[in-house]
Structures are given as C-alpha cells and as structure tokens.
Design a protein around this ligand. Structure first.
Ligand SMILES: Cc1cc2nc3c(=O)[nH]c(=O)nc-3n(C[C@H](O)[C@H](O)[C@H](O)COP(=O)(O)OP(=O)(O)OC[C@H]3O[C@@H](n4cnc5c(N)ncnc54)[C@H](O)[C@@H]3O)c2cc1C
Length: 398
C-alpha cells in the first residue's frame, strides 16, 4: 500500500487537531515537528497565574501524545528553520525531511516593538510557556515582598499590562481577582495593588461584540483596574513606564500583550505573504503556488465576508479539520472544500468564577459563563491527556 508522507510543523491547537484527523487514515505516515517537547495551552494561562493549575496541567507531552496513535505518528523535537518547497523538504538544523503534503501551523509570537525603549529588557510576554512561568514567579515574589514589608511600611504593588486585547484583559482581571482574594484570605494589612491596563484603541477588546466589551469594561472597573485607553507605552525603565501622553507611572513589573507578529519561520519562508507578513492562503487553506502545502492557525490570515477572522484557538482547530479533509480529497483526486470559517463564539475569563461570553449569538455572563469556559477547556485537555496516557502506557509496557 502506498503511504502518504505528511509533515505537520507545530504542535499547537491547529497542528494537533490536524494530526488527530489525518492519523485516522492508516496509510498516512505523519511526522510532527515542534521546537518544544510539549503542547502549551495558552488559553488556560490565566489559571497558571492564579495557581489554579500548575504548568503540567496546561501542557501535553508531545512524545507520548504521538505514541498514543496506532504507529503512524512520530514526533521529533526540532525547530524548523526553512522549507525547500521545490524539492519538498523540511529543513531543521539536524535533518532534512521529505514530504508529500505539508501543514504549517507554527502560530505567531509577541511583537516586542523596537521603537519602545526598554521593552525587551523590562517587560514579560506570555505567549511562550517559559516567559509565562517566569512572570508567574515574579508576580508571586512581588506579593510576598509586600507581605514581608507589612508592619514597616505599605507601598502599593504596581502592575502594568500593555494591550487591551483578549489576553491583556484576561490577565489583568485574573491578577486583580487573585491578589484581592490572596490578601483577604490571609488577613494581610498591606493590600495596596495598582493594576493599570494601557490600551492603544478607543476601548478595550477592539473587534469584539460590543455587549462583551461593555461587560468586560465594567468588570475590570469593579476589580479596580485602571484602564488608560488611547495611550501607548513608549519607554520603560526598571521601575517606570512612560506613556504616549507623557505620563510616567511607577511599576513593579509589566506584561506586554500589545500585539502579535509572524513567527520567525514564517518570516523566513519563500512564499506569498499578506501585508502584515502572514502566509497567504487560498479558500482551501493552501499556500499560494504549492497545492500540497497548507498553512493554518495564527500563521495565516483568513477572511469571512471580507473581514479578517481574529486568530483564536477555536479558529485554528476549525482550519485543521478542513485542512485534513482537503488533504484526503487531494490524495484521491476529489474536489476540495472552500472554507467558511469564522468564530463560533468567544469566552473571556475575567477573574476567578467570572466570565463573559457569546456562543452562537447568545450572551452569557458571570459564573455560568465561567463554568462553560472551564468545561470547554477541560474537555479539550482530557482528550489530549487520554491520548498521551495511551502513549505512556505503550512506552512503559514494552
Ligand atoms: C494569554 C492568551 C490567552 C488566549 N485566550 C484565548 C481564548 O480564550 N480562546 C481562544 O480561542 N484563543 C485564545 N488565545 C489565542 C490562541 O492561543 C491562539 O490563537 C492559538 O494558540 C493559535 O493556535 P496555533 O496552532 O496557530 O499556534 P500555537 O498554539 O501557538 O502553536 C504553534 C506551535 O508551533 C511551534 N513552533 C513555532 N515555531 C516553530 C518552528 N520553527 N519549528 C517547530 N515548531 C515551531 C510552537 O512551539 C507551538 O507548539 C489566547 C492567547 C494567549 C496568548
């Protein structure tokens, strides 16, 4: 039987869903390449910060996950540096891999703008797990320092979050809600906490359903978060942040969630790109000029009714489902299916036990929305964890 060699680059939301779907066909021989040995559930990072989950609970081991299939999926921890599209080869510093079909699902990265003085040196990102872990430890140490100072003096803890998008808003709310509970639960006297959300737009959550924007804005205010709209961060020192309006705010640390950009590999690839540098794909999610190459998730931009679809995990997974179908169609010479992908809903966690959501046009708010978000996250994690456990069993039963 002829085998089809498929390489998936990136074990994120899109990559793993593509592997799951493509592995169902036993004549597919799949190689998954990722620079990290784990899948990082970025959508659950707010739980990591609030100590509700540890890093093991928001990651899935890619070796055991791939071992959990029936022998037709192999994982290599390697960073892809380029692709030779003409000769159908994926290039890593260690090896070159041949493919018949290629899926590029390498996500995006935090855009640390060079024109913001001190940004790289003094701000934390959260798109990579090691950065999120580092920031979490820093946050805890800062809380401890304040507790340690109690009885002598009580200076406020100042946290700045730059970026009023989904991730900035979720992190701000979670930190405010967590620290509040922390101080109250432990009866500490020194409870001064200043969280400032700096947002370049007219309001937070640009492009999101106006009802959710209003609800989220109110919730952040209830959590005593100061929102500074129509401002940009222009300069950072170890202890201060300067805004575009000239204001200088003291800070203990800053999270930068002010935007994403194409990942380094995407920047290297010799393929057609969008104006913002993402991989250009057609309606079937194929990369222009290479019909056997697909780009998914945050590494590309798709459009629905003429508007760009916001990059989310939900959209990345929908793209993976269609990509798997279209690769199968290509193999047997059938017509490919055009995408009709758009966001099925949005769930925004706003502190412990509180979220706002729209799902298929319906609005939810408060504890119900929070539970709904939790269920979605748990179901997703359980499915991957089950596969990973199967793989683990195989290794230890040998
Ligand atoms: C804090 C935060 C909260 C979020 N909350 C939500 C939410 O609530 N709901 C939602 O739907 N979305 C949310 N998102 C967005 C969502 O996480 C992304 O849209 C999603 O991760 C995109 O999936 P992806 O598969 O394209 O990329 P990713 O999940 O980023 O995966 C890319 C993978 O490629 C690997 N990789 C990168 N470069 C290489 C290379 N050169 N070689 C090999 N491997 C490589 C990476 O290690 C990674 O495993 C959130 C994002 C953040 C940061």
């Amino acid at each position: 039987m002829k085998t089809n060699k498929i390489i998936v680059i990136g074990g994120g939301y899109a990559g793993l869903r593509a592997v799951e779907r493509l592995a169902k066909n036993k004549s597919n021989e799949i190689i998954l390449l990722d620079k990290n040995p784990y899948h990082y559930m970025q959508t659950d990072v707010y739980d990591l910060i609030a100590n509700e989950e540890d890093f093991a609970q928001i990651t899935v081991d890619l070796f055991t996950f791939c071992m959990g299939f029936e022998g037709n999926v192999t994982f290599f921890k390697q960073e892809v540096t380029n692709v030779d599209f003409e000769n159908k080869k994926v290039i890593t510093p260690i090896q070159r891999y041949n493919y018949d079909y290629l899926v590029i699902a390498v996500g995006s990265r935090t855009r640390f703008m060079d024109n913001v003085i001190g940004l790289r040196e003094h701000a934390y990102g959260i798109k990579a797990l090691h950065r999120a872990m580092y920031f979490k430890q820093k946050f805890e140490m800062s809380l401890f320092k304040k507790v340690d100072e109690s009885g002598t003096y009580c200076t406020p803890l100042s946290i700045i979050i730059a970026g009023g998008g989904l991730s900035g808003v979720e992190i701000a709310a979670q930190m405010a809600s967590f620290s509040r509970e922390f101080y109250q639960r432990n009866n500490f006297i020194c409870r001064k906490l200043n969280i400032v959300l700096v947002n370049a737009g007219e309001h937070i959550l640009q492009g999101v359903d106006p009802v959710l924007v209003k609800q989220s804005d109110q919730r952040l205010k209830d959590l005593e978060i100061v929102i500074k709209n129509k401002r940009k961060v222009v300069e950072l020192t170890k202890t201060t942040v300067k805004l575009s309006c000239g204001e200088i705010i003291p800070m203990d640390f800053m999270i930068f969630a002010g935007g994403i950009e194409p990942n380094g590999l995407v920047q290297n690839l010799d393929v057609a790109k969008t104006q913002r540098g993402y991989i250009k794909t057609n309606d079937y999610l194929q990369v222009e000029a290479y019909k056997n190459v697909f780009a998914l998730g945050d590494s590309t931009t798709i459009y629905y009714n003429g508007d760009p679809v916001a990059p989310t995990a939900d959209v990345a997974e929908q793209m993976a489902e269609l990509c798997a179908k279209n690769i199968e169609a290509l193999m047997v010479g059938k017509n490919l299916q055009k995408h009709n992908i758009h966001s099925r809903g949005i769930l925004i966690a706003l502190g412990r036990g509180y979220a706002v959501a729209t799902i298929f046009g319906f609005h939810l708010k408060g504890y119900m929305a929070y539970i709904f978000k939790k269920i979605i996250e748990r179901v997703y994690a359980k499915r991957l964890d089950y596969r990973s456990k199967q793989g683990c069993k195989k290794i230890f039963d040998i």
